[in-house]
Design a protein around this ligand. Structure first.
Ligand code: NFE
Ligand code: MG
Length: 566
């Protein structure tokens, strides 16, 4: 008989996510994804000045702290038809690429590696053999026997103290943990180094944007990062070289540590390459803008339907009707008043809580749809959409990673294995490699443009009477993010955020079609239903952020449902 398991809260994510699954004969047969928090950012924007929206929306999330700011200013600019100076575009590109580097490193090492890596087993490793293993996949100077001995001693000291800190409450010794002790020790060492490298990326972000988390340097119409090469208080060459140095160090970590670790996990868990695909409709929006209007980009966007790369259709510009006309959200299974599917300009957000109803309403997340279909978004979507269009950087790094997985796994794997739980991790590492190149490219573009004498950073917006509508999108670390605004006489009449984790973690729609998290769990193995490690593996591979996905919070801190906490 099917057994129901409830994972609530799912930890090592941002926000409050509950996953219900039915397990039959060792495999998951049914799943529900439920966002368990409610806030009110979209609603409190109504009646405000559109130029202030980015400061509010940026507070939707403490993780993807730049992305709602970027999407918001683009939204207002789109509604006004306002171009921004090219320097502002490059500075925004540096913000987004450097933030994503920080975010992807944190996600793999801190939020998901421990689903695959058994820290306790690292104590049994032979440090010399660990060095041999590490040297066979990378020449990172941190992979020394002395370093591995020191890490082992550190882990032993933590275990002996009985205070496991970040290593508490994981499923150590779980039968689905398959890495040899040496691979575990190598990964634990890299986990600790990753803490330094995510900080370097964050430092670069703070230098460019005044502060992190939650950047300070945006404005509708451009940026507020004044450029003056003769002034110590502005963006100058000393600051810019500081940023470049940090990005180069992070790039080296990505190539010598992050990618090899992803290759090792994908190859050593090759059974998992068949699990976790779920919804294989993909969508990414174009980003890393190359002009003042948002018509050419360094990262392509588009859609793929049914996992078939030949169906790829590009999203070409900030104004492309293919994106603009085809997005809607459905609330049939969401705790909002009504039962509709609407275009974002026509939506409202009126909370109406019920109990958790398996066949009714069971989440605070809306269900975004594209031409009526659920879409998976995120680095995997971006990599597949780029690969399918022959985008050079995507093809180069994807083929490289796939060849290395094939070599280590001893089987020849092609892009089809990316439709999987480890595929989402591999795509994120591929994207990190692309973004580290692009951050340096856009640094060069900025410096060359400043060298030509152009110091412009801002075009002043003006708000005409009447109604303007606009959409701003951004390819955030977790995928395609869009903000939608209706402005009336210079103030916000409606504001809707359609967010990556809402696309992925959203519920069924009015036709009963499951969202990507839900679909991805079906058919996953489950060795021990009381220790649902496999659920965490697949859900974590999406990099959930429920604060983003609901952008809403129950003001009374009520307990919404009685569940078994694992
Ligand atoms: Ni809060 Fe976010 C990103 C956005 S949500 S993390 O990336 O937008 O998916
Ligand atoms: Mg929303």
């Amino acid at each position: 008989m099917a057994q129901r398991i409830v994972v609530d809260p799912v930890t090592r994510i941002e926000g409050h996510l509950r996953i219900d699954a039915e397990v039959d004969n060792g495999f998951i047969t049914k799943a529900w994804s439920s966002g368990q928090m409610w806030r009110g950012i979209e609603n409190i924007l109504q009646g405000r000045d559109p130029r202030d929206a980015w400061v509010f929306t940026q507070r939707i999330c403490g993780v993807c702290t730049t992305v709602h700011a970027l999407a918001s200013v683009r939204t207002v600019e789109n509604a006004l038809g306002l171009e921004i100076p090219i320097n502002a575009q490059y500075i925004r590109n540096l913000v987004q690429s450097i933030h994503a580097l920080h975010d992807h490193i944190v996600h793999f090492y801190v939020l998901s590696a421990l689903d695959w890596v058994d820290v306790v087993s690292a104590l049994k490793a032979d440090p010399k053999k660990t060095t041999q293993l590490a040297e066979s996949i990378s020449n990172w100077p941190g992979n020394s026997t002395n370093r591995f001995k020191a890490v082992q001693a550190k882990v032993q000291a933590i275990v002996d103290s009985g205070q496991l800190g970040p290593f508490a409450n994981a499923y150590w010794g779980h039968p689905a943990m398959a890495l040899p002790p040496e691979a575990n020790l190598m990964a634990v060492s890299h986990y600790l180094e990753a803490l330094d490298y995510q900080r370097k990326a964050n430092e670069a972000l703070a230098i460019i944007s005044g502060k992190t988390p939650h950047i300070q340097n945006l404005s509708v119409g451009g940026v507020t990062a004044a450029i003056n090469l003769d002034n110590e208080a502005t963006l100058n060459m000393e600051r810019l070289y500081w940023v470049k140095q940090l990005v180069e160090e992070v790039r080296s970590f990505i190539h010598n540590v992050y990618i090899p670790d992803i290759v090792a996990v994908a190859a050593l868990y090759k059974d998992w390459l068949q699990y976790g695909a779920g919804v294989t409709n993909y969508m990414a929006v174009p980003d890393m803008v190359l002009d003042t209007k948002g018509e050419s980009f360094d990262l392509p966007g588009g859609t793929i339907m049914g996992g078939d790369l030949t169906t790829v259709k590009p999203i070409k510009s900030f104004n492309d009707p293919y994106f603009h006309d085809n997005v809607a959200e459905c609330i049939s299974h969401s705790w909002y008043d009504g039962d509709w599917t609407r275009h974002p300009y026509e939506e409202d957000t009126v909370p109406k809580y019920t109990e958790f109803q398996d066949d009714g309403k069971y989440t605070w997340l809306k269900a975004p749809r594209f031409q009526g279909e659920p879409m998976q978004v995120g680095p995997l979507a971006q990599v597949l959409v780029g690969y399918a269009q022959g985008h050079e950087l995507t093809v180069k790094y994807s083929n490289d990673v796939l060849a290395r997985i094939s070599g280590l796994a001893g089987v020849n794997v092609g892009p089809a294995v990316l439709h999987s739980t480890p595929g989402r991790h591999a795509a994120r590492a591929i994207r990190a490699a692309m973004l580290s190149d692009l951050a340096l490219k856009h640094w060069d573009l900025l410096v060359d443009n400043i060298g030509s004498g152009d110091l412009e950073i801002f075009n002043k917006p003006t708000f005409p009477k009447g109604i303007q509508k606009g959409v701003g999108f951004h390819e955030a670390p977790r995928g395609a993010l869009s903000h939608w605004i209706v402005i009336e006489d210079g103030t916000i009449k409606n504001y809707q955020c359609v967010v990556p984790s809402t696309w992925n973690a959203g519920p069924r729609d009015d036709k009963g079609k499951a969202g990507p998290y839900e679909a991805s769990l079906i058919g996953n193995p489950m060795a021990q239903p009381d220790m649902p490690l496999e659920v965490l593996r697949t859900i974590h591979s999406f990099d959930p952020c429920i604060a983003c996905a609901v952008h809403m919070l129950d003001p009374y801190g009520q307990e919404f449902a009685k569940v078994k906490v694992l």
